[in-house]
Design a protein around this ligand. Structure first.
Ligand SMILES: NC(=O)c1ccc[n+]([C@@H]2O[C@H](COP(=O)([O-])OP(=O)(O)OC[C@H]3O[C@@H](n4cnc5c(N)ncnc54)[C@H](O)[C@@H]3O)[C@@H](O)[C@H]2O)c1
Length: 274
């Protein structure tokens, strides 16, 4: 049984992870912002902590004794630069520092496909290995910074850090693009368990994607840390995924990389953030 601390614990991904990680026998520390309620806390296995992402001392206290910090807290969509800088970049630095001060040896950091959103879908850069950052938005820049911070804390302090470029997390594929990019809740849990147990030290950037028949990115970096996704969006292909098409750009970033997408503005619901 391990102790796993999650930031962004009231968010979509953490909410899906919690029952799966508890079922695997783990105890959880659930961190989210001050005044943000984490619901349905199972007091025998879970403890909720209200703490801002930028509060190093508060998070170090919350992370004490944890085997793994899963950093999910963020603005998970495009925002004005000041917001992104404060929460996604300063916040990630504070989470890494708090984990280090608490003596936590492992972190899983939620990066995004938007860290490499300007990589063409049909390119060897996408298909083989892991492309260098090519952010498509300020949000994407913050995820490239998150990966850089992961590398810093792995290199300087010997932590094992996995930065996962999550593509499209959802219960089921939501539109044609996500037949390629879907990450299922069960595979997200497999990713957390891989970060918890991998013997591959240092910093690893992996794709957060299921074993989709139509995937256009490489599973090998994930397999190298023991992340072996099992689900396939193809099971939903008959209806084209559940939703309608989202703006396409020919880039991994989808609508975020399209010319009509405005920098610094939330997407506004025409396509899901991913
Ligand atoms: N959902 C996806 O498809 C997807 C894809 C790629 C990357 N990601 C990344 O995965 C992570 C989790 O995604 P999600 O869909 O669960 O996001 P979400 O928006 O549902 O949850 C984010 C959580 O972060 C918390 N948070 C925001 N600012 C905070 C602050 N200042 N202090 C403390 N907590 C704060 C929010 O309260 C919220 O509960 C995010 O980092 C996101 O960028 C998600």
């Amino acid at each position: 049984m391990a102790l796993i601390a999650l930031t962004g614990a009231a968010g979509r991904i953490a909410t899906a992870l919690r029952p799966r990680l508890r079922a695997a026998g783990h105890r959880l520390v659930l961190c989210d912002g001050v005044g943000v309620a984490v619901t349905d806390v199972d007091v025998s296995t879970e403890r909720a902590v209200e703490c801002d992402l930028r509060d190093v001392d508060g998070q170090a206290e919350a992370f004490a004794g944890a085997d793994l910090v899963v950093h999910l807290g963020a603005f998970s969509d495009e925002r004005p630069w000041g917001d992104i800088l404060a929460v996604n970049i300063d916040g990630t630095r504070a989470v890494c520092e708090a984990a280090h001060r608490a003596g936590v040896g492992r972190m899983l950091l939620a990066s995004s496909v938007h860290a490499a959103g300007y990589v063409p879908v049909d390119s060897p850069l996408a298909r083989e290995g892991m492309p260098l950052p090519a952010p498509d938005t300020y949000y994407g820049v913050s995820k490239a910074a998150l990966e850089a911070l992961g590398g810093l804390y792995a290199g300087r302090f010997g932590m094992t850090v996995v930065s996962a470029r999550i593509m499209t997390f959802d219960d089921a594929p939501d539109g044609p693009r996500s037949l390629r990019t879907w990450l299922s809740p069960d595979d997200m849990a497999r990713l957390v368990l891989a970060a918890l147990t991998t013997g591959a030290g240092g910093h690893h950037v992996v794709w957060g994607v299921s074993r989709n028949t139509r995937r256009c990115v490489d599973l090998a970096p994930g397999l190298a840390i023991g992340f072996d996704p099992q689900d396939d969006a193809e099971a939903y292909a008959a209806d084209g995924g559940q939703g309608g098409p989202s703006p396409s750009s020919g880039m991994l970033g989808g609508g975020f990389a399209a010319p009509e997408y405005r920098l610094g503005e939330p997407h506004g619901g025409t396509a899901r953030p991913s």
